[in-house]
Design a protein around this ligand. Structure first.
Ligand code: FE2
Length: 307
């Protein structure tokens, strides 16, 4: 049952050198630099996003994800969900408004997977970048690189996928859109949605908690994915795999790495989900086809390269 979680709102990614990272997130992906703060963090967004930012880059000694935030409907929803998290026995940290520039109060918790998540209700809305709110043109003309339209989802590797799934289902109101099930019937991976999208967040079981697999950004067309592949070659960017299609969600995709080793994805298309849809199930023994529909085998990097 939906509980007022609207969408992935932001992800804070650790990078080894923030200026070098901007050549990836701003110049190659085409995210728009929106702000910087006194901690040296840089705030970016895809051009179609109405809120002020969705990606925050923080310079650190190790790569990875600090946290992912979901925007909820309003402050009453936020308070209600905060109470439900506390009732479930989770440690909840309150982060005051303004700790991230232009963002309201945040409620942070750690999932059994080891990842930190937060909920918030308010963020400054600056509107779609480069477009008027009245009679908007089709797209802004001065976009860079892959022209990523929005931050779409993260795939995370961590411990106790089942308990993490139950938390997202019972407290946050996510639906299970797709799953990978092993021969014993255990969930090896879950693709969860709070919307009509094929996934807003996904988890794969892994012995190590809190690992980051990728942050993903939406493109409009398969031609855009091909063009992204061209740009990856033109810029000598480290490629993981693609362009190809996923079995899971059926999105058309390409994976590549930022200069710190964090994986990025751009993709287009894919399935949709309504709350009455039964979950789609993939067998763990067919994981190759589930992940890479054409090759039908996983490359070693996809399983082992995490930050
Ligand atoms: Fe993805």
């Amino acid at each position: 049952m939906r509980k007022g979680v609207m969408r992935p709102g932001h992800v804070q990614i650790r990078v080894l050198d923030v200026e070098e990272a901007l050549t990836h997130y701003r110049d190659l992906l085409g995210l728009i630099e929106m702000d910087r703060d006194d901690q040296g963090r840089v705030y970016l967004k895809g051009w179609t996003e109405v809120d002020k930012f969705s990606v925050v880059l923080r310079e650190a000694d190790t790569a990875g994800m600090d946290f992912m935030g979901f925007k909820v409907l309003d402050n009453d929803t936020l308070s209600g969900l905060e109470q439900e998290l506390r009732d479930r026995g989770l440690g909840v940290e309150e982060i005051p408004a303004g700790e991230l520039n232009s963002c309201g109060r945040r409620v942070r918790f750690q999932a059994p997977s080891g990842h930190h998540f937060e909920l918030y209700a308010e963020k400054e809305q600056t509107g779609k970048w480069g477009l008027s709110k009245v009679n908007p043109e089709a797209w802004p003309r001065d976009l860079k690189g892959m022209k990523a339209t929005r931050f779409d989802h993260c795939l995370l590797y961590g411990t106790d996928v089942m308990a993490t799934y139950e938390l997202f289902r019972d407290v946050l109101g996510f639906d299970l859109a797709e799953q990978v099930v092993d021969p014993e019937g255990n969930k090896a991976a879950v693709f969860l949605t709070a919307s009509m999208k094929a996934h807003d967040i996904a988890f794969i079981e892994c012995p190590e908690p809190g690992k980051f697999h990728h942050a993903s950004f939406f493109l409009e067309t398969w031609e855009d994915v091909l063009r992204a592949a061209d740009l990856i070659s033109m810029t000598d960017t480290s490629l993981d795999i693609g362009p190809t299609r996923h079995g899971l969600t059926h999105g058309k995709t390409i994976y590549f790495f930022d200069p710190s080793g964090n994986r990025s994805e751009v993709f287009c298309g894919g399935d949709y989900h309504y709350p009455d849809h039964e979950p789609v199930t993939w067998k763990a023994e067919d994981l190759g086809k589930a992940i890479f529909y054409h090759d039908r085998v996983l490359n070693e990097r996809f399983l082992s390269v995490l930050t």
